[in-house]
Design a protein around this ligand. Structure first.
Ligand code: ADP
Ligand code: ZN
Ligand code: ZN
Length: 742
């Protein structure tokens, strides 16, 4: 099916193959409506589907159908005269639907902004902007006797980019009457501009802030710009100046009037990255984040498509943003699991970005201090070019990492004496300490002092976490919560919190270091809009001396005065049963450690663990992440795990315990019966957390030595699975290249 080539004129009546917005794995045939011009591939049409009127996307023109022509319905209307989806995106969507065995309609939902899916016209909303006209000298006379008008005019003159009503409201309590007068006098111009969600930098201090690149950075920039295409893995320790490399390459793109698409794992967590882009460039920068309303999202999408935006920064779904003049794609923190969508259409933003760049014949840069084993494997196979930044930029030095053996320590005391002494020392030198604990709340479980009662979640195989400030128990897996019991519900004895979360750690630090202000950064403490930025500012301005937080603190932030990093509570991830567990643990440790000594002061990292002999930890600490990654890749190879093999995970869940297993047993029988099936099948087995949110979960792993063996089976699998007898009583999903097995 070669559906991505440009449409040829076709003789009417033509059959349109249409993706409908439903979790269905195939398109549906309709007859073109002779009342309209033939809708091109990638355009929207309105159709009746079942009893509903829906918006579909034309994915193929056909002359024949399996359905008799008399049974085919005619489309109701055509929404777009031209293809709404550019060729490369149309192609990418279809490719992704095949590769991820995803319903084509759901794929289209990820590709198109909501308003377009609803059939709205592809037009940006506009807003009124006022600009001043004329020179100061000429205006003095005209405005001499109207001080309010003069003030408004002068204000507009100071803002030549134009001002919106919101801006004027901030500057003046009343301005509309004056503006009307100014307009009558032809002293201001009123314009309607597309309502863009762009951030623009009014102060252009471009040259002043640019450091001189070191030789590795220079080489990386030259290499990326030397070719029209190619995948570059920018492998550089934290603080080695990767962002600076992105900025220099983007600068060249701007000079050539080409657009850059930047994918980041989570925008809210990286305000500093955004700030650096806006400070550097006087360019139109569009940001796609979850805080946008539907119209803003559409506006940004259109502005990117029409070439108005020079730089588009977004999370994984931004990979589908249309670009008028694509020049470069950057994926920052390419190892980050949040680049993979974890429900519905389970695609990997990084992998689709690589594919799109290849299709567009433009370079793509994957940046990380801790590259994924997949990308390192691709370097070994000469598919990706590797660019190394081995030294920290400027004067910053690589921190020293030490392990603290906490086997002798009591569990409610999170801070070992050695760590306390280190904190004391660094604080006394006027530096900041960062403590990382990837567990929010006060304590991960409450236990009875007399019997075996624990604060178990009724809906999950998990404990409920004590949140002491709220005096509630929360399940972090299903979201249920309840009041903290006063005593043991079973035997009325006293119950106590066991273990340590960030809330408790903060409390212990406050007791021990009473003179030093502390801030905590986790999902609970930064729930309010703008709270994260406020906390980060406190950290940066040195108003907080101790920073406590979860992995939110590990990502991309630059705290120049942090010289001590303490890493707590990592044992669980070191012991994880998931084949990616060690990789994720090593990435997290390395990323957190990288927060130490990012500026001129040397850093120190202390890791508390009850597993001081853990081989992974030893390799990582003694030889660094690259050595760890090579060892881990060899282990994966020996154990036949990705990236040396290819896997897909079939998950099923049901309210009755045996149903999920029953469905997977049927799936197993079906797969075994397939002719020339080269897959290895593991399971079915209960999921590592079997019960979650009241549902019992199980999984079956499909593993292939070669990618095409897996793809061959996946091609028809969704339809076959939906026909299994037990399919009706379970929820099931296929996850191709899963990032975790949970
Ligand atoms: P990364 O993205 O690898 O963490 P950054 O690009 O953020 O690294 O650089 C870390 C710090 O070093 C930043 O403050 C940046 O401005 C600075 N920096 C980057 N490159 C240089 C350079 N060549 N000379 C001096 N300082 C640099
Ligand atoms: Zn009890
Ligand atoms: Zn729960």
């Amino acid at each position: 099916m070669n559906t991505h080539s440009t449409p040829h004129p076709v003789t009417s009546p033509v059959i349109l193959h249409i993706a409908v917005p439903a979790p269905l794995y195939r398109g549906f045939d309709y007859l073109a409506n002779p009342a309209f011009a033939l809708p091109p591939l990638g355009s929207r049409v309105s159709i009746s589907f079942g009893r509903q009127q829906v918006i579909g996307v034309v994915i193929a023109h056909k002359t024949t159908s399996d359905v008799p022509r008399s049974k085919l319905k005619i489309i109701e209307s055509v929404c777009d005269q031209h293809a709404l989806l550019a060729d490369d995106i149309f192609w990418l969507a279809q490719w992704a639907a095949d590769y991820y065995a995803a319903p084509i309609g759901e794929v289209m939902n990820s590709v198109l902004p909501v308003l377009l899916r609803q059939g709205k016209a592809a037009i940006a909303s506009t807003q009124t902007v006022w600009r001043s006209v004329g020179e100061v000298s000429a205006m003095t006379n005209i405005l001499a006797r109207a001080p309010k008008q003069a003030a408004v005019w002068r204000y507009l003159q100071q803002h030549p980019e134009g001002q919106r009503a919101e801006d004027l409201d901030l500057a003046f309590s009343q301005w509309r009457d004056a503006m009307r007068e100014l307009q009558l006098k032809h002293c201001v111009l009123e314009e309607q501009l597309a309502h863009l969600n762009t951030i623009e930098n009014p102060q252009r201090h471009v040259e002043a802030d640019m450091p001189t690149l070191n030789s590795e950075q220079q080489a990386a920039v030259e290499r990326i710009l030397s070719n029209d295409s190619g995948v570059y893995l920018l492998d550089g320790v934290t603080g080695s100046g990767k962002t600076e490399v992105y900025l220099r390459v983007i600068e060249q793109m701007l000079a050539q009037k080409k657009q850059t698409l930047v994918l980041v794992p989570e925008i809210g967590l990286t305000p500093q990255l955004l700030a650096r882009f806006t400070q550097r460039f006087h360019a139109n920068i569009g940001v796609l984040h979850s805080g946008l309303n539907d119209q803003q999202r559409l506006n940004t999408w259109l502005a990117a498509r029409d070439g108005v935006l020079d730089i588009i920064i977004g999370t994984r779904s931004a990979v589908f943003t249309p670009l008028a003049n694509p020049g470069l794609i950057i994926v920052d923190e390419e190892h980050d699991a949040s680049l993979k969508q974890q429900d519905g259409f389970r695609y990997h933003g990084r992998d689709l970005a690589v594919l799109r760049a290849h299709k567009l014949n433009i370079p793509i840069v994957l940046g990380s201090a801790t590259p994924s084993l997949e990308s390192l494997h691709n370097v070994q196979r000469d598919r990706y070019h590797s660019l190394h930044l081995t030294e920290r930029a400027g004067n910053a030095q690589t921190p020293l990492i030490t392990v603290i053996d906490t086997r002798a320590q009591r569990s409610h005391q999170a801070l070992s004496p050695a760590l306390q002494i280190a904190i004391q020392t660094h604080l006394q030198q006027g530096r900041q300490a960062l403590l990382f604990l990837n567990r929010r709340g006060f304590a991960p479980v409450m236990m009875c002092t007399a019997c075996d009662w624990k604060s178990d979640c009724l809906r999950c195989d998990a404990h409920m976490t004590l949140h002491q400030q709220q005096q509630r128990l929360h399940c972090h897996h299903c979201g249920s919560e309840r009041a903290v019991p006063k005593q043991c519900p079973k035997c009325t004895a006293e119950i106590i919190p066991v273990g340590t979360g960030t809330e408790r750690l903060e409390q212990q630090l406050a007791e021990r270091f009473a003179d030093f202000p502390i801030i905590r950064i986790d999902r609970d403490s930064v729930r309010r809009k703008g709270a994260l930025e406020a906390q980060l500012n406190k950290a940066n301005q040195n108003t907080a001396h101790i920073l406590v937080g979860t992995q939110m603190l590990a990502k991309g932030h630059h705290f120049p005065n942090v010289t001590l990093v303490g890493i707590l509570g990592i044992d669980q991830s070191l012991l994880s049963a998931d084949f990616r567990g060690p990789e994720h643990a090593a990435q997290l440790i390395t990323q957190v450690a990288g927060r130490a000594g990012r500026a001129e002061h040397a850093g120190e990292v202390l890791i508390e663990t009850r597993l001081p002999q853990h081989p992974l930890l030893i390799t990582l600490i003694q030889q660094g992440y690259s050595a760890f990654a090579q060892a881990a890749l060899q282990e994966r190879q020996a154990a036949s795990w990705p990236p040396t093999t290819h896997v897909a995970l079939l998950r099923a869940e049901a309210t009755q315990a045996h149903k999920a297993n029953e469905f997977l047993q049927q799936a197993l029988q079906h797969l075994r019966a397939l002719p020339d099936n080269a897959l290895t099948l593991w399971g079915p087995a209960p999921a590592p957390m079997e019960k979650r949110a009241g549902r019992y979960r199980a999984q079956l792993l499909l593993q292939a030595q070669q990618r095409n063996h897996l793809q061959r089976v996946l091609k028809n699998l969704p339809e076959q699975l939906s026909q299994l007898p037990a399919a009706k009583s379970v929820r099931w999903s296929l996850d191709v290249d899963p990032v975790d097995l949970f």
